[in-house]
Write a protein that binds this ligand. Sequence first.
Ligand SMILES: [Zn+2]
Length: 336
Amino acid sequence: MLSYSIELLFNVKNLRIFMFIEKYFVTHYLVTYLNDNKEKVEIMVPNLEGKVLFWHDIKALAINYIKENTNCLVPIIQRKFEYYGICAFCDEFNILKKSHAIPFSIFKGLLKKIDGGQPIVIKTSESKLMRDSDTWAIQQLCGECEKYFNDNYEKYSIDTLRGKNPDVKVTKFSSGISFKDMDQNRVAKYFLSVYWRAALSIHPSYSSVMIFPEFNTYIKAILRSDNDIHNKVINIRMFNLFDEDKELSDEAISSFMVSPFTRIENKCLTFCLKLESYYVEIKISKLSYKEKLKKGYLLNNRQILFIENRGIFSIKEILHNFVHGKFLHENAPSKA
Ligand SMILES: [Zn+2]
């Protein structure tokens, strides 16, 4: 297809620090155009601004670039193009795929439940309720790394947590759920991979998720290895969500999305995630002795993981979202 000059690769590598800060990994678009002889030609067009460009911007950028760098005077740009950049995981220059921090199969499950329609999304920054089928994806990873996450962490964890893994016995109690023989390291790394991708995403739904450069390096190394997550660095606790007032069924609870959020309490950074009917806290700190005794922490070397029930509205960030959504619903123009 195209051969990349040493100069181009050198420039791309230099851009990496800038891209990391910007969290946008696309550095080039592979654009196809018809030249003045109506021949099909491919060209790599750099995006030196390090920000998301839409189709019209990319087209304008490509036309200028082709006119400046080739003999073509009137290029006819084809609609289809590819995104290229340094993959956030393997650091190789490659085609970047749209990466889902919260896996697409979770969105798919949600869209299926509402019969292919658009779910209601409550955004505290908006003054009206919106229907939105956006699945919060952005170009971050090459195809191979996307597959690595899917094969190693996502498929196993999603199946297991949905009770669809025959090797893991899931038992429901009035106070919570137990998982017997679950690979807790794998599930813990799945949650961590969601956090890591969300933290590197520029999608507005992940705007409250952050990461430090050293931590980015640590997480990448741990996600590549078979090692357990070090409990002096990260501890992950799971809860089973329910509604104490029984207004929301279990089905309803697992049927809405909440943007991940971050808490900073007592100098401890906690990344919070609602995935279907589970609430997950990723604590970036070691635990006190008292905290260690609590249930629901993954990787505590026990064969059975018991996760306690947690009232969905006891989580103030989720409650706040609901109250805001209810206010918007009651004050919607059609009801006035
Ligand atoms: Zn990669």
